[in-house]
Write a protein that binds this ligand. Sequence first.
Ligand code: HEC
Length: 162
Amino acid sequence: MRIEEKKIFVIIGVAIALVVAVKAILGHYNTTDDPGIPFYSTASKEVSNKALLIYKKNECKNCHTLWTQRNIMQTVPAPPLDGIGSIRTETFFYEYLSAEDPQLILPSRLKKEFQMPSYAHLLDDDRKILAAYMASLKVKDWYLEETRKREYEKLTGKKYNP
Ligand code: HEC
């Protein structure tokens, strides 16, 4: 074998070793028990599009997190809405959004300016769509306790002790 040929074999050998090593490393991190994202919505495209427009128009994201999004300029410690539909019912959301004084339904620990505002002035249809959408915001079972804990602690400011 000439020197040139030997060099080529060495290079090919090193390349194969590299591919094997990279595959082994990726395989190690890419474990099959990664549980993925726990939140999902059961709403139709139509309901979620309409609801998200109302959500945007009424600046809910000034205080709440939904799909990891919120207004970063605001630091209101309101409960996150991801998974909230696994904790409360559509009727609850409708009544809460329709209440003149939402704090009669869920007492607040915050100053008036940070409390959940009344949305009783919205069109009835808009409150219905928002309520249906909130109820569609589900969380998978393995993350339900954690979601309850976050909601409880944000709402009450107390440690969650089931
Ligand atoms: C000014 C801040 C603010 C805005 C804007 C706001 N919220 Fe809230 N929201 C809160 C706070 C704070 C709470 C917890 C109760 C309280 O302290 O009044 C809450 C509670 C809730 C809850 C009940 C959560 C639970 O723990 O069960 C829902 C649902 C909700 N808001 C939906 C909305 C929707 C939908 C909008 C927009 C239409 C909205 N909020 C706009 C601050 C806000």
